[in-house]
Design a protein around this ligand. Structure first.
Ligand SMILES: [Zn+2]
Ligand SMILES: [Zn+2]
Length: 91
């Protein structure tokens, strides 16, 4: 098949967004898109815990990402590799 069967009502994905040409939902990224596809079928994003923001389904931040963000917030921006400093010098 070529092209899509999308109507003009479909939200046009921008950036990393991914639009499903089967159920015509738009996801914030490939991860969300993959998440709603199970065994060749589309699942309702709402039942997967996704949240509709505007016309785009976004996955809530998972626990790992949340912890990583929290760690980053404490540690600040990552040091630039190659700059002289004190590697491993965590107090
Ligand atoms: Zn779909
Ligand atoms: Zn569509």
């Amino acid at each position: 098949m070529t092209g899509t069967s999308c109507s003009v009502d479909c939200h046009r994905p921008t950036g990393n967004a991914a639009h499903c040409t089967v159920c015509h939902q738009t996801f914030g990224g490939v991860t969300g898109f993959d998440g709603h596809r199970k065994e060749g079928r589309c699942l309702d994003p709402a039942t997967l815990g996704m949240e509709l923001r505007g016309q785009i389904w976004k996955r809530p931040m998972d626990e790992n990402a949340r912890l990583r963000m929290a760690a980053l917030a404490v540690a600040g921006p990552e040091p630039v590799p190659g700059t002289s400093g004190n590697p491993g010098g965590v107090s």
